[in-house]
Ligand binder design. Structure first.
Ligand code: FMN
Length: 424
């Protein structure tokens, strides 16, 4: 089993930052980030993952308002960790292949081969304003992403692994014939010229993809090493897993070359009652405006005008997070949820698997999904930091290690080693 920690400093539960045990001072808090990374490495996690977006404002979820630029932070964490994978989101809609390729290759060098890139098309149209651009429609964002990744791969292959010889005698800094200049001409991106960073320790950083719509899955099946997804029902997660792996094979790749890692929010308590009490405290901390922002954005429709005790109204098809809107509506229909019940589920885990309970109960469900073949690993999303992540690392992980489903120690050095993936 693989484990990643999805880090957003205020926690993933909308009320997480207001929980008495959550850290909310010293923003953005490097010490807190270092603590989380050290905890993850101590528990032998595969990776530390940072999401990213561009909007800010009073009504936004605290995780998006005030934070570090992800790659800058990961470079700092590379200095205080030695084995932990370091992954971050990079936008293919609001980025440039040259800049992103160079930044991730540099992080891979700085970290000794631990870099991962979550290839994201940035779903939210509100992001376009800070770039003074029109937000492209869903299908076009994915067409751009396909080109973006292709251009980055060419850039990472600019130099051979052994190009930089620094031969003072011969006066040759680089080996003749070791340069391969990209000459890429796409509909959205053109890259003519090479990357001025030597080829990275992993060759290419680990590529992650987090979109689950048709175009999202197709992109993932073609380029991803890891697929993040939101799932909350074992049968649906199994169906997603099988469909994704089948598409991987259709692209001529081995299904084992791509790891599927759903998100999971564990709310850990030493007793069932303690876990339920913590969950109740979190729900009591919810800021209604923030919770409605999170809910309405994921459904693609403003839910505030509708009666909370009524059924969930059906939103129109969205150009934002297509698969998430469908996932939430399926959950609402399947579990016959009122709008209020969906509101609380989304405020907690945004449609991801939510596990409230003792360490043994949480380990049981995680192990069941893994053994059933619905996941190759999990992206752990604590409701708040650091307490609930420390509890997962110190109380749940030892059970998974005891049962032989999670590593007791790292076998390799690079993120690809941890994930059992070939160097590119
Ligand atoms: C674990 C996970 C992490 C994600 N991180 C980000 C992120 O950092 N930034 C972002 O804009 N979208 C992020 N997304 C959203 C996806 O990129 C994508 O927009 C969403 O899953 C909907 O994709 P679809 O339209 O292909 O269904 C994330 C999704 C998941 C499941």
């Amino acid at each position: 089993m693989r484990l990643g920690v999805f880090v957003q400093a205020p926690g993933h539960h909308v009320g997480g930052w207001r929980h008495p045990d959550a850290v909310t001072t010293g923003w953005p808090n490097l010490g807190l980030m270092q603590h989380i990374a050290n905890t993850a490495e101590r528990a032998k996690f595969d990776m530390f993952f940072l999401g990213d977006g561009f909007a800010t404002g009073y009504g936004e979820h605290p995780s998006t308002i005030g934070k570090f630029e992800p790659l800058t932070l990961l470079a700092a964490l590379a200095m205080t960790t030695s084995k932990l994978g370091l992954a971050a989101t990079g936008s293919t809609t609001y980025g440039e292949p040259y800049h992103l390729a160079r930044a991730f290759a540099s992080l891979d060098h700085i970290s000794g081969g631990r870099a991962g890139w979550n290839v994201v098309t940035t779903a939210y149209s509100k992001s376009s304003a800070v770039f003074g651009r029109q937000h492209p429609p869903h299908a076009e964002r994915y067409a751009m992403a396909e080109e973006f990744v292709e251009a980055c791969r060419l850039l990472w292959d600019t130099w051979d692994d052994d190009a930089f010889i620094g031969d003072k005698q011969a006066g040759k800094f680089v080996k003749p014939g070791s340069l391969h200049v990209p000459d890429f001409h796409g509909k959205y991106f053109t890259v003519v010229g090479g990357l001025n960073v030597p080829r990275a320790p992993q060759g290419h950083p680990v590529l992650i993809q987090a979109g689950s719509s048709g175009p999202g899955q197709a992109l993932a099946a073609r380029i991803a090493d890891v697929v993040f997804t939101a799932q909350n029902d074992l049968d649906e997660a199994l169906a997603f897993y099988k469909a994704l792996k089948a598409q991987v094979a259709d692209f001529g790749r081995k299904p084992d070359e791509v790891l599927v890692m759903p998100g999971v929010m564990p709310v850990v308590g030493r007793t069932e009652a303690e876990a339920q009490a913590t969950f109740a405290e979190l729900n009591a901390c919810i800021d209604t405006a923030q919770a409605f922002t999170v809910l309405s954005e994921r459904l693609g429709m403003d839910m505030r005008p509708y009666p909370m005790e009524g059924p969930v109204p059906t939103p129109p098809e969205t150009e934002h997070l297509k698969s998430r809107s469908m996932l939430l509506m399926e959950m609402a229909r399947r579990d016959r949820l009122t709008l209020r019940e969906l509101y609380y589920r989304v405020a907690a885990a945004r449609g991801h698997l939510l596990l409230v309970g003792t360490p043994v109960r949480i380990a049981d469900v995680i192990e069941r999904w893994f053994e059933a073949g619905a996941a190759d690993g999990f992206n752990v999303m604590p409701p708040f930091f650091p307490g609930q992540f420390d509890a997962f690392a110190d109380q749940v992980v030892p059970i998974l290690q005891e049962r032989g489903v999670f590593r007791r120690d790292y076998a390799g050095k690079t993120l690809r080693d941890h994930l059992g993936l070939q160097r590119r």
